[in-house]
Design a protein around this ligand. Structure first.
Ligand code: CS2
Ligand code: MG
Length: 402
């Protein structure tokens, strides 16, 4: 069996997605998510111009060798574009391997370790009462875990609070919007938010919060220690994570669980964080961290150091990524939780898939392979639209972290 075709499909059913489709001489196809929010065409070009031509004629069964060939062969290693491109190839080859074996991919990863994948939903609102109503909606849907994000009084927009309730899409067309940020105002509202959630829903519900890279370590330590009495399931991305040792300062000031890693694209981004147990959950996921092959290595390193998985699962990761992530989630021993931002109906139609939600869990497809496809005819109806993530500035105009 040889790879005879590898093509990149860019489609925008409400938001941009990039998908790689590999076809073999036996007619078996596999797909991989290659979406990088706000920089989609960079990955599409990396694949089309520099990777796909090299795949033709290769043995699709040689997943590890292909991974090493693309990683070492590029010379310029790591980074979100490169690792998202490698991830797409890797995911498509695992899809093919499962189809050839006649097994869902999780059976090739050691089989089930649990009955279902616990997921968390996103409750957001401009005001705390709005957030509480959204939390109630998720509880009624059977969710055991909910992320809570609210507006910051005096700020016109903030991360995590979207126009829509069920679907959160931060990327906007044309040019990046500019938001204003005030750490002081934010640090005042989050404890009020947690107190209100615990007061109304008690302590059985897992409550998560995404700080989204906006604090310094000492500010994160201060917020974490304030929130301890409300038992957060995790505080996510408290600070930008280039300086991994900076998390030592957070650990010195709070026992609140820390989750980091959705922007990571290789094991080297998180090796010190995991080895020193500076985090409790690793958020890396299939599409941006080199695919199933590399993410499994990250998860195994995490398992050695009491760190659990908590993969990213936002709307800008396609159902192809979610399908692949669930095969890992159901199999790895140190699973923690899976983010589940629902996709729109239009997206689900472009990417028919077999995973489904029931009673607070997602269940992977039992189909051979990943259990997801792309409807190319439908995808062609949604041309690419330039879209950028917002940027964030402090009140004095200084650039901050969005
Ligand atoms: C967020 C994402 O889901 C999350 O935890 O951090 O919504 C993130 O902002 C987007 O994926 C960026 O494209
Ligand atoms: Mg996040």
């Amino acid at each position: 069996m040889k790879i005879t075709d590898a093509k990149v499909i860019v489609t925008s059913p409400g938001r941009n997605f990039v998908t790689l489709k590999i076809t073999t001489s036996d007619g078996v196809t596999g797909i991989g998510d290659a979406t990088l929010n706000g920089r989609e065409l960079a990955v599409a070009s990396y694949l089309r111009d520099h990777v796909c031509p090299l795949l033709i004629g290769r043995d699709p069964a040689r997943i590890e060798d292909t991974w090493q060939y693309l990683y070492r062969g590029a010379y310029w290693r790591r980074g979100p574009v490169t690792m998202t491109a490698i991830a797409a190839v890797d995911t498509a080859l695992w899809d093919i391997k499962g189809k050839v074996a006649g097994l869902p991919v999780y059976q090739l990863l050691g089989g089930r370790s649990r009955e279902g994948v616990t997921v968390y939903g996103h409750a957001n609102g401009e005001t705390i009462p709005e957030v509480l109503d959204e939390v109630a909606r998720y509880v009624d849907l059977g969710y055991r875990a909910v992320r809570v994000q609210c507006g910051v009084p005096g700020l016109d927009a903030t991360y995590g609070v979207g126009k829509d309730k069920m679907f959160y899409e931060p990327a906007e067309t044309s040019r990046p919007s500019e938001a204003t940020w005030s750490t002081e105002r934010y640090l005042r509202v989050v404890p009020e938010l947690f107190a209100a959630v615990r007061d109304r829903f008690g302590y059985d519900l897992h409550v998560l919060h995404d700080i989204h890279h906006r604090l310094t370590p000492i500010e994160a330590g201060r917020l974490g220690s304030t929130l301890e009495e409300y038992a957060p399931f995790w505080l996510e991305d408290p600070v930008p994570a280039e300086l991994q040792e900076g998390f030592r300062l957070i650990r010195q000031h709070t026992k609140a669980p820390i989750a980091v890693g959705e922007v990571f694209n290789s094991i080297w981004d998180c090796e010190q964080l995991i080895r020193e147990q500076l985090i409790d959950y690793i958020r890396a996921t299939v599409v941006h961290a080199g695919g199933i092959t590399h993410l499994r290595r990250i998860f195994d390193l995490a398992a050695l150091h009491h760190v659990r998985t908590g993969s990213h699962g936002a709307t800008d990761l396609s159902p192809v990524c979610m399908s692949a992530a669930l095969h890992l989630d159901i199999a790895v021993p140190n699973f923690g939780i899976q983010e589940y931002m629902r996709h729109t109906e239009a997206t689900d139609e472009v990417f028919p898939h077999g995973y489904h939600y029931a009673d607070g869990y997602l269940h992977p497809s039992e189909e051979p392979g990943l259990g997801v496809d792309i409807d190319e005819k439908l995808a062609a109806r949604y041309p690419y639209e330039p879209a950028y993530l917002p940027v964030n500035r402090l009140m004095d105009g200084s650039m901050h972290h969005w």
